[in-house]
Design a protein around this ligand. Structure first.
Ligand code: ADP
Ligand code: MG
Length: 331
């Protein structure tokens, strides 16, 4: 499968007189045509900064200081903001955790969809029909009436659906979804996940899904990159990542994931992520890693392939190879 997006050695830093926060530090991954690709990791590890960098939505004091972002081979980091506007929304759209930040409170949902059509040549009647169709597609009941309503007249789950409809209006080929279900309760969360899965199948678009929740990854993603302290520490297809993690941080995340078993014991990862303004030398996970040796505290491991399509940034990935499968055997 061809790649739709390639992120290569991306560095996005927040730079002030006092300090430099290395939010994204040498991140590389690719998203293939038609797949759902997850970025997972604890809060503060650089997921949103990576996502916003792709659309060049990093504001001061943030800056992309190095690296490449190739969309269908086109270098996005070299485009002007004017050229980026041709990409944003039309080729690559984004949805957020909190729909109210993306929705305009003084415009009806219909007007916001019309705006998102951009310069597509359509009559008023065609626009209305297409907007109703979009609301119907994202599962909003009675779209003919709801198109005339304002965001505050929608419930949380319906707002999320409306934001997705707006994002899809210009038929983007890549959807960036930054924690789209985090603010929702579990039932609505499942509905939105099912909706995204349906839309992906129907529209054939690729999705970059950002989440801190591995349960969500299991439900909808083809491949996964795990981020820790501004670095990608492991990349694999979802089944491989869940059944044979090869980075101790991934292993830790999986061990703290509820399985639904009655007698399960959740094992949280001890400690907390490092300060990105002052990261430790060597592997940033070493202070929390029960497998760490001297080498880990001295030298940052490279992200290297341990089997086809499975990469890890660990000096001792074989230490995890004896750990039982999470998918079949439990723990
Ligand atoms: P995540 O989405 O994984 O929770 P973020 O990408 O939001 O993480 O943040 C990564 C790091 O960048 C964090 O340490 C955060 O404090 C820092 N950061 C984000 N935005 C800013 C900003 N505007 N100024 C300074 N630091 C920031
Ligand atoms: Mg975030």
């Amino acid at each position: 499968m061809a790649d739709i997006l390639e992120v290569k050695n991306l560095k996005t830093y927040f730079i002030t007189k006092e300090m430099t926060v290395k939010a994204v530090d040498n991140v590389s991954f690719t998203i293939r045509q038609g797949e759902t690709f997850a970025l997972v990791g604890e809060s503060g590890c650089g997921k949103s900064a990576t996502c916003r960098s792709i659309l060049r939505l990093i504001h001061k004091p943030g800056k992309i200081v190095d690296g490449h972002i190739l969309y269908k081979g086109k270098e996005l980091t070299a485009l002007s903001q004017k050229e980026m506007r041709q990409i944003r929304g039309k080729e690559i759209a984004m949805i957020f955790q909190e729909p109210m930040t993306a929705l305009n409170p003084v415009l009806t949902i219909g007007e916001q969809i019309f705006e998102a059509f951009g310069d597509q040549k359509m009559s008023k009647k065609e626009k209305t029909e297409r907007a109703i169709e979009l609301l119907h597609m994202v599962g909003i009941p009675r779209p003919e009436t709801r198109i005339k309503e304002y965001p505050h007249q929608f419930s949380g789950g319906m707002r999320q659906r409306a934001m997705i409809a707006i994002a899809l209006a210009a038929k983007p080929q890549l959807l960036l979804a930054d924690e789209p279900t985090t603010a929702l309760d579990v039932t609505i969360q499942d509905q939105i996940i099912n909706l995204l899965n349906d839309l992906k199948a129907k529209l054939g678009m690729s999705i970059l899904l950002i989440t801190h929740d591995l349960g969500v990854v299991a439900q909808m993603c083809d491949r996964v990159a795990v981020m820790y302290a501004g670095h990608v520490v492991e990349i694999a297809d979802t089944l491989t990542l869940f059944s044979s993690p090869r980075h101790p941080y991934t292993y830790g995340l999986l061990s703290s994931l509820p399985t639904g078993h009655e007698k399960e014991r959740l094992i949280p990862i001890p400690g907390s992520p490092p300060d990105l303004a002052n990261p430790p030398q060597g592997c940033p996970f070493a202070p929390r890693c029960r497998f760490a040796e001297d080498r880990c505290r001295e030298e940052l491991p490279a992200l290297s392939e341990i089997s086809p399509d499975h990469l890890t940034r660990c000096h001792f990935p074989e230490k995890l190879s004896e750990v039982k499968s999470f998918v079949e055997g439990g723990r």
